[in-house]
Design a protein around this ligand. Structure first.
Ligand code: MEV
Length: 441
């Protein structure tokens, strides 16, 4: 057996795991970085590492604030967790820009989530129909205690349907269940109900003595929520008279910006290459708030990209129109998120993020996150059709290079001035410092 393969890795403690890594996978002998990022308080470290498995350290990301978000007339400072430079600055700049023009407006277009039990039964869809009312009654009775709390909060099971999936596989059916999960993301609730439903469906036909034996068996394939949530949807929009847009870089006039901007958004509706980048920009903002509030960014991204391709072609998620003299820009985005349960209440910083946002319910958080996505998209597209994004990026990049070369504040100032009119590259910055001080550390 390859000596790098191991049994029982999970049983090792953190130190042993690091030692093992060092023995087989680390080139240098320095493992200090793992320990440097352990939380100094044992309890807090335990809390963090218990979120996952086989943990040896904590991976730290910047936690920033984008202030000045006016959403539906309320002002927010939005916490964002992201490693990419310029994203928080871009969100903050768009937030302020739109705060001066009335802010963002949002509409909740739906809050329904779905889950499925897939099963095989040796009958036709028509035959199954005869049993559906009875099955549904048994399903609802079977989960009444599991559903009780959610029902008290105004949520629970909304609808149960049985669909014919024989086009996919002979004798395959789907039980589709629609849920409301209130302020929780609801994954645990939905999956628990679905697995209970699976048990009930599996045993439903056994007692039907009128059925031949081959129709008494049900084979459950799987039971799981869907991360595709086109009915858990929010719209964020901004609107202003075109002349109010102001003047842009290099003296670009408002109506020129508006037209170019709308064309850029239109390109993302038609070209998958641009759509992917366009949506990536939107998720720069969305993911950052999702992370800061302890929500599941993989679920939110998966839903968003599936939604972007809902008519068969992957398209940009935002839309823009010039209606008479009005500039209108909006984003419809599925957001299945929660403000209670899961990491939202366990992770101290996620909890703090919700505090900063005024402890919103799930719907309010959907409104906030969609607005940040729209703001991010506005900033990116505005930059693209005016100055290009490199100007802003390069400023940050320059700072990173200067820091990595241990430049002092005075040198940083001089470099910032110099590189306003020169192209930034690692070697150019190095040479500049060398000429300036005669040394590079
Ligand atoms: C970079 O992270 C995001 C952008 O590429 C988005 C866009 O092109 O719209 C700037």
């Amino acid at each position: 057996m390859d000596e790098k393969l191991i049994n029982g890795f999970s049983k090792l403690d953190k130190h042993q795991k690091i030692e093992w890594l060092q023995k087989y996978f680390l080139k240098d002998n320095d493992d200090s970085v793992f320990q440097e990022f352990w939380h100094p308080e044992k309890e807090k470290q335990k809390l963090i590492e218990n979120f996952s498995e086989n943990t040896i350290s904590n991976f730290v990301l910047p936690y920033g604030i984008a202030p000045n978000f006016v959403i539906d007339g309320k002002t927010y400072a939005v916490p964002m967790v992201i490693e990419e430079s310029s994203v928080v600055a871009a969100a903050a700049s768009a937030a302020k820009y739109w705060a001066d023009r009335g802010g963002f407006f949002t509409t909740i277009l739906g809050v329904t989530k779905v889950g499925h039990v897939h099963f095989m039964w040796n009958g036709t869809y028509d035959q199954l129909q005869d049993f559906v009312p009875d099955i549904v009654q048994k399903l609802m009775e079977g989960v009444s205690s599991l559903e009780e709390n959610m029902k008290k909060r105004g949520g629970g099971i909304q609808k149960i349907e049985f669909l014919d999936f024989s086009f996919c596989e002979k004798n395959l059916f789907q039980c589709r269940v629609h849920f409301l999960t209130c302020d929780s993301m609801g994954a645990n609730f939905i999956n628990t109900i679905l697995e209970k439903f699976a048990d009930i469906i599996e045993n439903f036909f056994v007692d039907h003595s009128e059925l031949p034996d081959e129709k008494k068996d049900v084979d459950i394939i799987m039971s799981i929520l869907s991360n595709y949530t086109p009915e858990c949807l929010v719209r964020a929009e901004v609107r202003t008279p075109i002349e109010n847009l102001g003047q842009f870089a290099n003296g670009m006039m408002a109506h020129v910006l508006a037209e170019k901007f709308c064309i850029a958004v239109k390109i993302a509706k038609h070209d998958v290459y641009r759509a992917t980048t366009h949506n990536k920009g939107i998720y720069n903002g969305i993911d950052a708030v999702i992370l800061a509030t302890g929500n599941d960014f993989r679920a939110v991204e998966a839903a968003g990209h599936a939604f972007a391709a809902r008519d068969g072609q992957y398209r940009g998620l935002s839309s823009c129109s010039l209606e008479g003299d009005m500039f209108h820009f909006w984003l419809d985005v599925p957001l299945a998120i929660g403000t209670v349960g899961g990491l939202t209440s366990l992770h101290p910083l996620a909890k703090k993020s919700l505090d900063i946002l005024g402890n919103p319910g799930a719907e309010e958080l959907m409104r906030i996150i969609a607005s940040v996505g729209l703001a991010q998209n506005f900033s990116a597209v505005k930059s693209l059709v005016t100055t290009g994004i490199q100007k802003g990026h390069m400023k940050m990049h320059l700072m990173n290079i200067l820091t990595s070369l241990h430049a002092d504040d005075e040198s940083k100032k001089a470099a910032t001035l110099y590189f306003e009119s020169h192209t930034v590259s690692y070697s150019a910055v190095r040479e500049f410092l060398l000429n300036l001080k005669g040394i590079v550390v």
